[in-house]
Design a protein around this ligand. Structure first.
Ligand code: ATP
Length: 465
């Protein structure tokens, strides 16, 4: 059927609705009235998360002989966060409206009005002053001049460590996975006998008490990161920085299947750089609400290892046996948020198509490796042995791919359901199957249908998937 695209930019609302309807993402704790800004990933959602993690691990760890994996604790010694600077620097400026008690991030509030990077380098007092001078109203209740002065708010979640209240120590949930890697640098380099340059990669949950958690799963308080710290000789960080920016872009386009036009690289201005970085670029994605950070790539110098040496008293220097040199390596870090990538993947794949017969179909053009279900298998009817034959095919193919068997309702509706979850292929078992042992294979994007012998299905899908 001929088709035309009727929606260039899918809106966030439609994606949220599809995500709920088709079991990608649910609101957290829904039966108790919900817990704001928490999300649960349903049967389709978990498949996509696992696929993305697997693709990342293959490309960033298994495919590279210079990167190793790690899984460090979420709970780390509190000194880790003093050394890393998170206790003193991991703050966002906030202010409250005294009238309705809503809380805002002052920098984001001002930048929405005055433009990107407006607040870079501005003090809390300066930001407060501008808000008062411009007579800005509270975006929630509309009151004027009711804001408290801007103040710093630390984003780390606190919890206690210890069985009884008296013995408990105050510790933090990690706000990034990176520090778990730095404090294991010595362990990994010793046991692996790796020569510099090499990297350590890790996937895991991080927690930030974001003031303005918003835009569905874009900014949440609990999220998952896929981070890699690449340790290299001082002076070579510029070369490795470019290498990793290119490597990440290639993975997003060639492996995950994002459209090249949907992503761009934005270099940080010098005054925007974090205290530990001599160069940072973000790979941004064009979300339904505008361009935003997807992947941060930072040249972190030797800041973290220097700090951990200082705070722990351990010698973390690397010894280059060949050249008889001892030094603290420099680090290049590509840090990606899994949940933001998930949102990017859904938004990029979402399309509403107007078909020739006037019908509209919603389809996710997911890359087959990312798609939750690879093959839908349907008997045309339940009777006359068609269901048994379909189950036989399901049993043999599901040994290799995640398949879904569906025997209920009109065949067209079953196709549409699979289109909405991005299933690349569907197989229909009909009366001809019983005579000539062939089935119809329908491809999601073109909706073309081929007749394929059952005996060739495995080789057909090996090629296609
Ligand atoms: P932002 O400026 O959007 O707050 P950031 O620069 O603080 O992000 P990093 O510390 O560089 O983020 O973290 C690396 C990646 O982790 C980000 O590029 C993003 O994909 C993801 N990430 C960071 N904070 C969140 C969050 N609150 N919710 C979901 N993902 C996040």
């Amino acid at each position: 059927m001929a088709k035309e695209n009727i929606k260039e930019d899918s809106s966030l609302k439609q994606i949220v609705s599809l995500a709920k309807r088709r079991g990608f993402v649910f609101g957290g704790s829904e039966i108790y009235g919900g817990l704001s800004n928490t999300f649960d990933y349903g049967p389709q959602g978990i498949e996509i998360l696992l696929n993305l993690k697997k693709l990342w691990w293959q490309y960033f760890v298994h495919k590279r002989d210079d990167v190793l994996g790690l899984d460090s604790s979420i709970l780390l010694h509190p000194k880790v966060w003093e050394a890393s600077g998170h206790v003193s620097n991991f703050n966002d400026p906030l202010m409250d409206c005294k009238s309705c008690r809503s809380r805002f991030r002052v920098d984001k509030f001002l930048e929405d009005k005055k433009g990107e990077n407006f607040c870079v380098g501005k003090s809390l007092d300066e930001m407060t002053q501008i808000i008062l001078e411009e007579n800005y109203k509270c975006p929630n209740c509309g009151s004027e001049k009711t804001f408290t002065p801007a103040r710093q708010f630390n984003l780390m979640f606190k919890t206690s460590h210890g069985a009884s209240e008296e013995d408990a120590t105050e510790i933090y949930l990690r706000p990034e996975t990176a520090q778990g890697i730095f404090i294991n640098f010595k362990n990994v380099s010793q046991i692996s006998r790796r020569k510099i340059p090499f990297g350590i990669a890790q996937i895991g949950k991080s927690f930030r008490n974001e003031i303005m958690a918003r835009q569905f799963i874009f900014r949440t308080r609990e999220f998952e990161q896929m981070e890699m710290e690449f340790f290299c000789e001082p002076g070579t960080q510029g070369k490795w920085f470019s290498h990793w920016v290119d490597y990440c872009m290639t993975w997003l386009i060639n492996v995950v299947g994002l459209k090249p036009d949907s992503i761009r690289i934005r270099d940080h201005d010098p005054e925007e750089l974090s205290h530990y970085s001599d160069k940072t670029s973000d790979i941004e994605f064009k979300y339904p609400f505008g361009w935003g950070e997807l992947w941060g790539i930072a040249s972190r110098t030797d800041f973290d290892l220097t700090q951990h040496e200082k705070f722990s008293g351990e010698d973390l220097k690397y010894i280059d046996q060949e050249n008889k040199k001892k030094f603290l390596p420099y680090v290049v870090e590509p840090a990606l948020g899994l949940n933001r990538l998930f949102l990017a993947v859904l938004a990029d794949a979402y399309e509403e198509e107007k078909l020739e017969d006037g019908d509209i179909r919603t389809v996710l053009h997911l890359h087959p490796k990312v798609a939750p279900v690879k093959i839908g298998i349907f008997p045309l009817m339940k009777k006359d042995g068609l269901a048994e034959k379909a189950k036989e095919i399901y049993d043999s193919l599901s040994e290799h791919w995640y398949c879904e068997y569906d025997e209920g309702g009109a065949i067209g509706k079953r196709y549409r359901r699979q289109d909405e979850i991005g299933t690349p292929f569907c197989i229909t078992i009909d009366y001809n199957t019983m005579e000539d042992n062939t089935v119809t294979v329908r491809e999601r994007d073109t909706m073309n249908q081929d007749r394929i012998p059952v005996t060739s299905l495995k080789s057909y899908f090996i090629e296609k998937l």
